[in-house]
Design a protein. Structure first.
Length: 103
């Protein structure tokens, strides 16, 4: 019983609960910017503005950060199925919600 109590308290230290399965492989659109992105299963960060391009391979860093050669950002889930995105370079923040690609 004592061991279970210790493991419970040790698990409480992680404030950021991040569900990679809910975030990766889905197109997200910045609310403040007309740009969609996808942490694609191929290992590439895909960007859609007027057409789909790649920003290169992405890497995940615990607990909720993605990096490429040019970009680094954190994603945090919000209520309603959107994500708070904090982009480090250039510095910007925006809400990102589901994106529908258009021709």
């Amino acid at each position: 019983m004592f061991l279970l109590l210790i493991l419970t308290f040790l698990g409480c230290g992680n404030d950021v609960l991040f569900d990679r399965e809910a975030f990766e492989g889905v197109w997200w659109e910045f609310v403040r910017y007309p740009l969609c992105f996808n942490i694609h299963d191929s290992g590439e960060l895909l960007i859609y503005e007027h057409s789909i391009t790649t920003a290169g391979p992405w890497e995940f860093i615990e607990p909720n950060t993605y990096t490429t050669a040019d970009y680094s950002f954190e994603a945090t889930a919000t209520e309603g199925g959107c994500w708070d995105i904090i982009l480090h370079n250039p510095r910007m923040t925006s809400l990102a919600c589901s994106c529908v690609l258009r021709d």
